[in-house]
Design a protein around this ligand. Sequence first.
Ligand SMILES: CC(C)(COP(=O)(O)OP(=O)(O)OC[C@H]1O[C@@H](n2cnc3c(N)ncnc32)[C@H](O)[C@@H]1OP(=O)(O)O)[C@@H](O)C(=O)NCCC(=O)NCCS
Length: 283
Amino acid sequence: MQIRPAKHTDRKEILEICSEVWEGHDYVPRVLDRWLEDAKGQLWVVEMGGKVVAFGRHSLLGPGEAWLEGARVKKEYRGKGIASNLLDHFLDLARKEKVQSLRYATHISNVASLKMAQNRQAKEAGIFHLMEKEVDTTYQLPFEPERVEYSNEAYESLKKSLYIRKSKGFFSYQWKFRLLTPNTLKSFLQEGQLYQYGRGYLLLYPATPEHPYLYISAVSGTQKDIESLLLWTFNQGQKRKATSIFAKIPPEKSFIELFYRLNFQTWEKDGKPDIILFQFIPV
Ligand SMILES: CC(C)(COP(=O)(O)OP(=O)(O)OC[C@H]1O[C@@H](n2cnc3c(N)ncnc32)[C@H](O)[C@@H]1OP(=O)(O)O)[C@@H](O)C(=O)NCCC(=O)NCCS
């Protein structure tokens, strides 16, 4: 088994592996060209007998802050320890790069991903409810929150918010989670957006052609500010070419009730939190 950085010539084999995942609804084909062009070479493949049988991506979201995503193993090679080997390789890489934390998030139904984390004593850094709502083209609000730049006031408002406190300090976008600090917020705002309404703030991650969804990353303010900001996102989805709005909300009753009331839905029928964020400290 050889683990090496991916090359453009691996593209066809990688796409073949993706076609076997989630009935062909994998997002990796949409991001693959960008991942392959990444000058830092963060996409890795596992080769066996001259064939690419697995891959995964290890990237730095910020200094000392590594993120793992897109692990895929070819169907007939699953259950043979290949993803575990790839994870150990990423942990070695993180140790060499003196990374302080390496994280990944997974759905509770993904037994292999849960086991790999638990077998390596990863810490459960957070647990969240994945909430989704289709964009609502009819919804109109008589106000526009103001789009604002980074400020200490915005940071403090978010940092002290119930949403962030109950999320154990994390905010999320796409499948990623980051600890909220002044630096991670500034770095998020290179692509993400910050809105103010009343005394509240909303962190929003826009839809892209690769991920046509709008992500609610965090929200602060009074109950009324929060509700207004969330309502405003509904018809923003349409303007921003998103098909759905997603949020990974903390396990806090008031948020769960509010999101349900606003017609968000969970993937899990029983309403249990379903996304686990794992954290490894590579020492
Ligand atoms: C998730 C995935 C990457 C795991 O790859 P893999 O090479 O099969 O994983 P491993 O063989 O290293 O198994 C890891 C652990 O899970 C266990 N495991 C693997 N598949 C399992 C299954 N279907 N049910 C129960 N346990 C399973 C293994 O026994 C191992 O535990 P152990 O070390 O205690 O024996 C692979 O199943 C896959 O590509 N799935 C589709 C895409 C996906 O879900 N990616 C992850 C997104 S977070």
